[in-house]
Design a protein around this ligand. Structure first.
Ligand SMILES: [Mn+2]
Length: 285
């Protein structure tokens, strides 16, 4: 049986829907409920709660700093990991920690599966929600206020970041990513998603020492994953995602998987919850 290091983030400090902060705990219970003795994958859970501090931004920084300590350690130990949000601002901690854990000069690659670009800054955001900002920070393109929320001094090189499935964004985000030279495959351009994901991993294999996968559940078409914070029509099917993850799971440089934006209040017959479980079983089982 395989034991997988799993970090649940019981918070929605970066998004508008507090129920999103219950997602990790609901998944943990669901997993425990259905786990059998024959199960090939056991999740070794840690759940992080936000700590009360003076401001909401200090709280978000503190939480992400705590997340980063886990992923930094797991990268150093070369242990594969799973992070379950919360909203997608947990990516600030997850991937900052991965950057911190890599030795000097080693490169982190990141594949970002999301309907949105998540590349705003405090200067461009229309909503003020930090879950729409992690990529500008991780690229080292944040304004001063945002860069203070990222628990690393390192950044992901733009050529080592690939966005797949984008279909909802503001022009400022597109300009930031385009100017940096990040590659983006829009949802409308996708024909064969499993092949596309495999190609993305193989591209990053040339330049990177470790590769992370970050999934915002709104990447999927809302029919398959209705339980998200900000659904957007279109998107890849759950079946195509599961097939794609099965294709890349043996790739040796893949270091971790992040799943975010599960909003249990929007879920229909636990469809999204059960799909999260299948994603984890497919990728790590
Ligand atoms: Mn996102």
């Amino acid at each position: 049986m395989r034991v997988l290091e799993t970090l649940g983030v019981a918070a929605c400090l970066g998004g508008p829907i507090p129920a999103c902060g219950n997602g990790a705990e609901i998944l943990r219970k669901e997993w425990a409920h259905t786990e059998s003795f024959e199960s090939l994958l056991q999740l070794h859970w840690q759940i992080l709660q936000p700590e009360m501090v003076d401001s909401s931004e200090a709280e978000l920084y503190q939480l992400n700093n705590n997340i980063s300590r886990f992923t930094e350690y797991w990268i150093q130990q070369q242990k594969p990991f799973l992070v379950i949000g919360g909203d997608h601002s947990c990516a600030l901690g997850t991937w900052a920690g991965a950057l911190n854990g890599l030795e000097q000069g080693k490169q982190l690659g990141l594949i970002w599966l999301d309907a949105h670009m998540d590349a705003h800054t405090f200067e461009t955001t229309p909503s003020g929600n930090i879950h729409g900002m992690p990529l500008s920070a991780l690229l080292g393109k944040a304004d001063g206020k945002l860069s203070h929320l990222l628990p690393t001094m390192k950044a992901i090189a733009p050529e080592n970041l690939i966005l797949l499935g984008t279909r909802s964004y503001e022009p400022e985000e597109y300009a930031l990513l385009k100017q940096a030279g990040v590659s983006i495959v829009f949802a409308g351009e996708i024909n064969d998603f499993p092949q596309l994901l495999l190609d993305a991993v193989e591209t990053l294999n040339y330049s990177c020492d470790a590769i992370g996968i970050s999934i915002d559940l709104d990447f999927l078409r809302p029919e398959d994953a209705p339980g998200v914070e900000t659904p957007v029509s279109g998107g890849v099917s759950a079946q195509a995602l599961l097939h794609a993850l099965a294709l890349i799971k043996e790739q040796p440089k893949i270091c971790g998987l992040e799943l975010s934006e599960f909003n249990p209040e929007n879920d229909v017959n636990h469809r999204t919850l059960h799909l999260m479980k299948r994603i984890i079983e497919t990728f790590y089982g």
